[in-house]
Design a protein. Sequence first.
Length: 136
Amino acid sequence: MLESSGNAQIGKSMRQLLRYGLVGVISNAVIYFVYILITYLGVEPKKAMTLVYIIGASIGFIGNRKWTFAHRGDFSSAALRYMLAHLSGYLLNFLILFTFVDCLGYAHQWVQAVAIMIVAGFLFVVFKYFVFRERI
């Protein structure tokens, strides 16, 4: 019985990861395009990242809560944990840009593209086990 329960959990986690990935790829592609556009128009990269991060995080709450994790817990508690998770993700993203662009001189376009993937992986784990955790 434990083995089938474990397999069910793995299957559920894989479906959540797939859904998270689909939501993430689509939303991050649009947000990255906006990031490139506004930096091309002269907005400093960390300011541009801040703007698109806020927009993306706001849109992602509903999609991840309802579709990815099918969370049925308290909305306001989840929203608060979501904001804390994204604050951590934002700080991680900012630190990556600061380190690799400002300190090491890499092109911000490439650094931000990689940072998106790093922060997305970090946030999936935080969303699954902290923000939208299941009550047993």
